[in-house]
Design a protein around this ligand. Structure first.
Ligand code: HEM
Length: 314
């Protein structure tokens, strides 16, 4: 599986997407710039990564809000916080998505193209001697591409703007010298906000941790977000620090053999989101009385519901 993705996300492919990501970032901002206000989550942070990955997955851009409903259903179902009835509703929505994508799989089997989905559909996995079957494709598509590849980036883009309003010094630094500060800012957003707060692991053998034995076969929750604020690793861990040394040494993309395959794409999407913001906007603030800064209840992911901002364009 990793080799299929590795190939689809090799540096040349990411480079080829660069112009598309950049143009979309400026276009989305230009769509609302004259109004002086927006819901940053709905009007920017959701559409940017969803349109980019949607195209790679053969979806029609006009269907983006329909697809969002399906990815949200998956997102809520894996929150580990739904009642049985709510879960059933989510599952029904996910099945709708399967009906939408099934004909696309079939088309790509007959006429492959250079999209990510075409690679997922057609690449023969060496060890298995076959490509993914329909069930595997549907699961893979929701978990690792649509939700893994858009909800997460959406949350980082949303969180970044909230952090910029809360930290005027960082906004000043970014405006004064984006080339110097943007890279560290992106890593700090990922570290502080950790869009993937945690994931599950099963222990293959007994493990001893701080004097406690976790027996083989246990299901454990590893908290990337906690590691990212560990004061033994990061000085003054709760601060947004655009001069932080080795800022990229966080766990927001996991680590080891499951390290995020989409990290290079996510970083380019974050780069162009904040670059377009700095280029187009002079001052920005929270819209008064419109924000409750609430997050979707979720055990694994951190997702702000909306972020209403006001700004003065440049
Ligand atoms: C800010 C955005 C993102 C964050 C915070 C994030 C976070 C993560 C984390 C923590 C993992 C590790 C899973 C584990 O240890 O089990 C992971 C894996 C993965 N991510 Fe991302 N991700 C992001 C963007 C993306 C994008 C844009 C894509 C694809 C388009 C993507 C595709 C994947 C895939 C395929 C894996 C599975 C790797 C494996 O299990 O071997 N991610 N991601």
């Amino acid at each position: 599986m990793r080799s299929v993705f590795n190939d689809a996300f090799r540096p040349k492919k990411i480079e080829a997407l660069e112009d598309e990501v950049r143009d979309l970032a400026y276009q989305l901002i230009d769509d609302f710039i004259d109004e002086g206000h927006c819901d940053w989550v709905k009007q920017f942070a959701i559409p940017l990564p969803l349109l980019i990955i949607g195209k790679q997955m053969g979806a029609n851009p006009d269907d983006i809000w329909q697809i969002k409903e399906w990815t949200e259903a998956f997102f809520h179902r894996i929150s580990l916080m739904q009642s049985e009835d709510e879960e059933l509703l989510s599952v029904r929505k996910e099945i709708e998505a399967q009906h939408y994508f099934q004909p696309i799989f079939e088309r790509l089997r007959e006429r492959p193209d250079d999209s990510l989905l075409s690679a997922l559909v057609n690449t023969v996995i060496e060890e298995w001697g076959r490509p993914l079957n329909d069930n595997e494709l549907h699961a893979e598509m929701m978990a690792d591409t649509f939700v893994g590849g858009s909800e997460t980036t959406t949350n980082a883009i949303s969180a970044g703007v909230k952090l910029l309003i809360e930290n005027p010094l960082a906004w000043e630094q970014l405006q004064s010298d984006p080339d110097r500060y943007l890279k560290v800012f992106i890593e700090e957003v990922l570290r502080l906000e950790s869009p993937v707060q945690s994931l599950m692991r099963a222990t293959a053998k007994d493990v001893e941790l701080s004097g406690v034995t976790i027996p083989a076969g246990s299901l454990i929750n590893i908290r990337f977000a906690a590691a990212n604020r560990d004061e033994r690793r990061f000085e003054n861990p709760d601060a947004l620090d655009l001069d932080r040394p080795r800022a990229g040494g966080h766990m927001a993309f996991g680590s080891g053999k499951h390290h995020c395959l989409g990290a290079p794409l996510a970083r380019r999407e974050l780069h162009w989101s904040f670059k377009a913001l700095v280029d187009r906007i002079d001052t920005l603030r929270f819209a008064e009385g419109k924000n409750d800064f609430s997050y979707h209840p979720h055990y694994l992911l951190r997702a702000m519901k909306s972020l209403h901002i006001e700004f003065t364009p440049k």
